[in-house]
Write a protein that binds this ligand. Structure first.
Ligand code: ATP
Length: 428
């Protein structure tokens, strides 16, 4: 097996062993395209979402948040073109009947070498039924992206807030796509979370705003510690017909460069489609110009699991026999672990417990009093915890503790009362 394949295998194994990611419904044999996030994974995803929300919504005056329903009136998906056109070309092997995305296979079946049939369109939206009566009238869809909920609430947000162009509406939430070939671990799954921003601008200012957002989003990845990222402008043939420009942000995974976020200049495609179908006026009144128009929209759209996978790949480091997950402190699942040197010495445990409970008020911290200190360090290194704090006999005399740095393994003594400040500074 190639080196890259081995690396992915190791990451998948560690993810399961340490509770980042489990195969979905595993005791029933799994379920292709679905994964469950364990105790460390859920913290990692939460930190990624929090970092995004903080930088895209809370730290800006021009963006507000939204949490729309996953299931919407199906008319919204008809208007957006998803019912008729959210499809991938699919081919089926005539021998083993396995199905593949047409753009990902050659003429022969990758599983059995059989001949592939003609391509046909396969809609990726999951269908469900709403209400007790099942019929064509009750069909609804699990949203394939979160953006739809933003566009249908454009008017509500305009009238309930004081936003003025340019402004954005942001949303984080689940999206569902019945992918033909879920693959590459959590890279392509059938249920995932998106972090999407619809940034509305005056027509004519869209190109400048688009470049700003590409820059902004690219530098954001550095702020969570992803170094192997690049921008890639999509060619005209790759882009959706309404998109004036699309730039992908890609990460270099062990299986190659792949998209983790797409930033698109969508013009007024969405608002105009919803205005037409809903027969509601979705225009914006420009007080300066004294005129009404449909704003254009810039859409940065990112996937939480793809970023989490990129973070796992970026963090994975082997040092001899030991694995260190070098997460950026901003997204590390646990920020610090607290150890009493010996679990059977009540004085040590009491003091360590006090530190643990104090830090818990501000940070995600872990407690470990099993085995020897060396083993505890190894375990926290695999979890990616940036700092370990040990309370020893000197701590009882001097009110200080040993703080050990994950990446350098260097240790220093820090006064107990300065610990919160110490971490604020080092985790910033
Ligand atoms: P791809 O070409 O890889 O299928 P896309 O261009 O269809 O992706 P978008 O519709 O632009 O993706 O969705 C925005 C983001 O949502 C993507 O950059 C990705 O991070 C995430 N995403 C999309 N589909 C999936 C999926 N099946 N599994 C996990 N994340 C996804």
């Amino acid at each position: 097996m190639k080196k890259e394949g081995k690396l992915m295998e190791k990451i998948v194994a560690l993810a399961k062993r340490r509770g980042f990611v489990y195969p979905g419904s595993e005791i029933y044999g799994g379920f292709a395209g679905f994964y469950d996030w364990g105790p460390l994974g859920v913290e990692l995803k939460f930190n990624i979402k929090q970092a995004w929300w903080h930088d895209v919504v809370r730290r800006r005056d021009d963006v507000v948040g939204l949490s729309a329903a996953i299931i919407m009136n199906p008319k919204a998906w008809e208007a957006s073109g998803h019912v008729s056109g959210f499809a991938d070309a699919m081919v089926e092997c005539k021998k083993c009947h396995h199905r593949f995305r047409a753009d990902q296979v050659e003429k022969k079946c990758p599983d059995c070498d059989g001949v592939l049939g003609d391509a046909r369109q396969f809609n990726l939206m999951f269908q469900t039924h709403v209400g007790a009566a099942e019929g064509s009238e009750s069909i609804a869809y699990l949203r394939p992206e979160t953006a739809g909920g933003i566009f249908v609430n454009f008017k509500n947000v305009l009238s309930s807030t004081r936003v003025k162009l340019p402004f954005g509406i942001a949303q984080i939430g689940k999206a569902f796509r019945n992918e033909i070939n879920p693959r590459d671990f959590v890279f392509r799954t059938r249920e995932f979370e998106q972090m999407e921003l619809e940034y509305f601008v005056k027509p004519g200012e869209d190109e400048e705003q688009f470049s700003e957002w590409v820059k902004e989003r690219f530098t954001w990845y550095k702020s969570i510690g992803l170094k192997n990222v690049r921008k890639r402008e999509q060619e005209k043939e790759e882009r959706a017909h309404y998109s004036k420009a699309t730039t992908d942000i890609e990460y270099e995974f062990p299986f190659g460069w792949q998209e983790i976020e797409g930033i698109a200049n969508r013009g007024d495609f969405d608002l105009s489609a919803h205005q037409k179908a809903s027969k509601q006026d979705l225009t914006y009144f420009d007080e300066e110009k004294k005129e009404r128009y449909l704003p254009y929209v810039i859409e940065p759209s990112a996937g939480v699991e793809r970023i989490a996978l990129a973070a796992l790949c970026e963090a994975y480091t082997e040092d001899g026999d030991r694995v260190v997950m070098k997460f950026h402190p901003r997204i590390a699942p646990i920020k610090a672990a607290v150890f009493p040197l010996l679990a059977n010495k009540p004085d040590l445990v009491k003091k360590a417990r006090k530190i643990y409970e104090d830090l818990q008020k501000e940070f995600t911290v872990a407690w470990d009093d099993r085995g020897n200190i060396g083993k505890r360090y190894l375990s926290q290194d695999e979890a990616g915890t940036p700092y370990c704090i040990t309370v020893d006999f000197d701590s009882l005399e001097n009110d200080d503790v040993t703080v050990r740095d994950r990446d350098t393994a260097k240790q220093e003594r820090v006064k107990m009362k300065e610990l919160a400040e110490y971490f604020k500074k080092h985790l910033a």
